[in-house]
Each structure stands twice: as structure tokens, then as C-alpha cells.
Design a protein around this ligand. Structure first.
Ligand code: IMP
Ligand code: MG
Length: 174
């Protein structure tokens, strides 16, 4: 079994997500915008982020990727199991990711979506987890920076458990 230790409270999440939405809206004022959420982890973050937007003009899509490897770390072999359906050509795009760990997933997605010829493509990550980073990638919008730890809640899972929890918790294996 495992124990969960709260590292980010629901209140801190609400405040940060609101700030991120505000910053993004300012940067993209008057410009059409497409957000692409990464399933399943980013589903709650995406839902909260967009509900803080004031703009009328916004397109939303989702991508799902699978990365081979052990249950808590990716190997770098990444495949798309559900691709986006919107056209990205000439559009301003932001990938909305729950957590960037090795960076391999986001690196892959940036390269993949660049092939669609968007006008610009940026990354918004709720959590930037530094310790295991393998590729040097630029994250444009970051909620929280953490050094390490396996995290669950607010969309994040451990073997498909705990996605529904309202805060972010570190898994302490017993
Ligand atoms: P990366 O390719 O190593 O950057 O991994 C990114 C993906 O691995 C994230 O989108 C998550 O789905 C998963 N992941 C990485 N760290 C954690 C964690 O601490 N908790 C839950 N999922 C994680
Ligand atoms: Mg993810």
C-alpha cells in the first residue's frame, strides 16, 4: 500500500490556475487560440483553466499518448493513441500538460504538432518536475516547480488511481 502526503492544496491550485489563465489571456489578447490537453492527466487542469478564461474565442482539443516503460517513468518510445481533430495550420496553439518529468512526451508533441504548421506553439504545464529531465525543453507557462516525487491527484494517477482527488499529493510507498 501507499500513503499520500499533500503537496499542493486545492486552494493553491485554484489560485495558480486562475493566474495562469490570466497571463495566457493577456499574451493572446485578440488572437484566436487553440488549447490541446494531454489525456488523461491534464483533464482537470484543462477544465479549470478554460473556465477561468473571459474570452469568447477558444478552441479545445485533446491528444492521448502512450509511452512505453515502467509504470512511473517513460522510456522515450511515445505513440499517439488518440490524435487531435482540429486543424492547427496558421493558428496559435498551446499544449496543456499536467506534469513534465523527463520532458520526452512534450518534446515529442512539440515536434509532432509543428508538422501541422501552426503559427506558434507553446507549452503550459501545471507542474515542472526537474529531477529526471532528459531533454532541455522550454516551458512557456508553469504552475509549480518541484524537484522530485511521484505525484497524484487533480488528474494525475498512480496505476489509474487517485485522479479524482482535489489536491496534489506525493505517493509515499510503504
Ligand atoms: P515525461 O515524458 O517523462 O515528461 O512524462 C510526462 C508524463 O508522465 C506526464 O504527462 C504524466 O502522465 C506522467 N508522469 C510523470 N511524472 C508523474 C507523476 O509524478 N505522477 C503522475 N504521472 C506522472
Ligand atoms: Mg500527461
Amino acid at each position: 500500500m501507499e500513503e499520500l502526503k499533500e503537496v499542493i492544496s486545492p486552494k493553491e491550485l485554484r489560485r495558480k490556475v486562475k493566474d495562469l489563465a490570466k497571463t495566457i489571456e493577456k499574451d493572446y489578447a485578440g488572437k484566436p487560440l487553440v488549447l490541446i490537453g494531454t489525456l488523461k492527466g491534464a483533464f482537470i487542469f484543462m477544465a479549470d483553466l478554460v473556465r477561468n478564461f473571459k474570452r469568447k474565442d477558444l478552441e479545445i482539443d485533446f491528444v492521448r499518448v502512450k509511452s512505453y516503460g515502467s509504470s512511473d517513468s517513460s522510456s522515450g518510445e511515445i505513440v499517439i493513441t488518440k490524435d487531435i481533430e482540429l486543424a492547427l495550420e496558421g493558428k496559435e496553439v498551446i499544449i496543456v500538460e499536467d506534469i513534465v518529468d523527463t520532458g520526452l512526451t512534450i518534446d515529442f508533441l512539440l515536434k509532432h504538432f509543428s508538422l501541422h504548421k501552426p503559427k506558434s506553439i507553446k507549452v503550459c504545464a501545471l507542474i515542472d518536475k526537474k529531477e529526471r529531465r532528459k531533454v532541455d525543453i522550454k516551458l512557456d507557462y508553469v504552475g509549480f516547480v518541484l524537484e522530485k516525487g511521484f505525484l497524484v491527484g487533480y488528474g494525475l494517477d498512480y496505476a489509474e488511481k487517485y485522479r479524482h482527488l482535489p489536491g496534489i499529493y506525493e505517493v509515499i510507498k510503504k
